[in-house]
Design a protein around this ligand. Sequence first.
Ligand code: UGA
Length: 492
Amino acid sequence: MATDLRGSGVAGCVRMATGLRVRSASRYSAGPVAHSADDRVICVIGAGYVGLVTAAGLAEAGREVRVVEIDPGRRAAVAAGRSPIHEPGLDGLLAESVGAGRLRAVAGMEAGVEGAGIVVIAVGTPPTPEGEADLSQVHAAVDEAVRHAAPGTVVAMKSTVPPGTTRSLARRSRREDVAFVMFPEFLREGSALEDVRHPSRVVVGGEDPEAVRRVAALADGVDAERVLCDSVSAELIKYGSNAFLATKISFINEMAQLCELTGGDIGSVATGMGLDPRIGRSFLNAGLGWGGSCFPKDVRALETSAGYHGQSFWLLKAAIEVNSQQRRRFTGKLIRGLGGVVEGRRIAILGLAFKPFTDDLRQAPAIDVIRHLEDLGAEVVATDPVALDGARPLLQRTRLVVDGYEAVAGADAVGLVTEWPEYRGLDWARVLELMRGRLVVDGRNCLDGEAIVRLGGIYASMGRRPLGGPASAAGAAEPSLSAEGIPSLPLG
Ligand code: UGA
């Protein structure tokens, strides 16, 4: 049954996803905790992607924000008002906030946490080899933070953590006067500031209603529905959202495969399906599938977490498998399009980042695709507008070039992996003149295939009929050329 948050003062609609449970009197004093901690002061621990964007957003909203970061390079960048990561608009906002004295980078936990009303934990939860979320950074940050936290401080978990973690952190802290809530983020890399300013929803979960109210108040003035619930539900909202979106993408990618086998067109299918408001068109773009620091890690962590509770989450196992297959399917199109042998052939790869407008290469399809092609003896030349520096240590055999035209010069085939507008905007007549071959494989269905064919190219994409050449030359997944016929792709 939904419980009202008396006197919450939370703006907008308060939707109670589940009833809030008030902490038991044996552990927590009844009623709001008296606190010397000041909610105008927020400490954000971790100047990674989530931490920095959150900190910048809070500073913009008028809070005094301290960012605790142990890495001296990152800390120096933030102190100078520069973003250590590529995120549109973040540099400007950091410079403004640091200049106005609203945001400060600090080295020590004590200096960051002292007197702060809310401590936001935004450290990494990378996957262990078994697929669980590794909580060692969370534990280290929380242990240290609670040592210095004033009575009444709320620890707000932004790090994505498995169900039950927030409650177990509260137990682990042995601080009756410090409350813990789950405060998940729903930021998309590349449009994170937009997501902070105009979130789709504000979710805060915890067992102490006053702590939940105080954290929800961080979003006062933000026009979005609130979901105030228990901490486990908030943890599951975060995992469930990412897992659902990833599954949606895998579903459309399976449909794309069926389109290739039956002669359908995935663009039309996605449009037709997406017009049903219960389905929606977003996240129905077929292609190379999902990568990045969130979906792969979170889908696996949720699946593993379910396993620990005795549940086989079959849908997620399938979504993960389909996602791996997409990389093999794309590579297979290049291989088949080049006659089945890529040894000694030059292949240009356009785009390395896992998606446009970011330099993030974590779980980026390009890395697997390039390594696979190189293992088969291909000579790969790759380019990306912003991710080249990060790619160098990962792709030591690959020639990485700044210019798209330089990448395609002399190539037998071009494979588009990341849908940067720069690549859509290439002069494709010039590209085809510079290439040695004619094959263009579009892993994101973002190029104008008909134009490429008019210019003399052969065009293959994902879930659509190949254009401009015999189907096999264009790398179509013909029934006789199943995914199983493609040499296996080692996935890192
Ligand atoms: C994702 C979620 O969208 C955010 O809500 C969440 O906060 C974030 O993870 C996180 O947990 O931190 P992000 O990883 O930045 O954000 O990227 P998305 O824009 O969601 O794209 C994820 C992947 O799906 C990308 O590899 C993208 O290329 C792929 N994708 C997306 C498709 O293949 N097809 C689509 O239709 C949409």
